[in-house]
Design a protein. Sequence first.
Length: 386
Amino acid sequence: MKDIVVLEAAEGIAGPVCGLQFADLGARVIKIEPPEGDRSRGWGPPFLDGDSAPFIALNRNKESAVIDWSDELAPRRLRALVAAADVLVEHERPLVKSWREILVEEPTAINERLVHLRISANGPEGPLAGQAGSELTAQAMSGYWRLLGRPQDPPLRHGAELAEIGTGLFGYQAALAALISREKSGKGQVVHLSLLGSLMTYATILTASMNQPDDWVGFHLLNILWPPDTGYRTADGKVTLEFRRGRQVWVEFCNRVGLDALPDDPRFKDWRATIYTGDLVGEAKPVYEEALSALPTLEVLAAAMEAGGTSVPHATMATISAHPQVESVGAFTSVPLATTGRVRQVASPFRVAMPEEAPPHRASPPLGAQTEAVFAEFGANPHPSS
């Protein structure tokens, strides 16, 4: 993507995630920032090179150009960048003065080949259009947080930034589709995405399984009604257990861990309902754990795998980072810092077919590091006469 120019007028998470996908594949991503910088630069500790770890993780391989909205040169500079860009990623923030206020024309009127990706909390239309939103409001509005916890307990916010990250990834997909369309039509287009819409998409299987809203019936909804799966306690940790290849696999596991009486116990006739896919898990769990809690985690894992089942340990960040399987899927990458040294970051979740064509990573940019160079290149120097 080395010939693609992406203009990122977005702060926080969703827009930068979208820009990061382009940047990791070699596109030129120019991040437009106000004089105080993207607000996520301050989302620490921890801080590295004076910026927060989240900012550094989401903005590698990008350039930073500062525009002061009160500067009389701001409209000229914006027009020059919009005219040169292939993609404009915008995350609207209604409570903050927007760069859009200083442009008279719509960006696609300035550049008809522009793919303009507009991210918002709730979409461009409807009673909540234009209102500020967040990860919390998206999870609440979509009903996503009622899928966690126990049915009798209050809803729970999912800890990860599902709506923000998902919207960034969906935005990247949509922008690619619009670029492909441009190859045929010669024209760009405006694409709208919302945090709310992204989480509604995440719930596709659950929504399809409902006969009516809140009519909680059917196989795909049972896992929401059952108690949360917290794994099985071992002598030194916790593990998950699954035996999807049939009863004999479960029987073999029981024999290996000292639970050989269970296959003949009438309480375990519906064995699946006692181990991972049923409403008997709660009452059966102490029986399993009485034996498993005396065994080291590695022994339980081996017993399950050798029987033909599947088992993994509950991981901490330290064990996740060191696991050879995580390493094998390329989940982490090494990125230079702007000053000195390197930092390990989560990588984009894809591998290119020809790794030698993947560009080397560059550090996240210090605030405004490329301002003058960018505007000189695109004909928007600080002084109109220059």
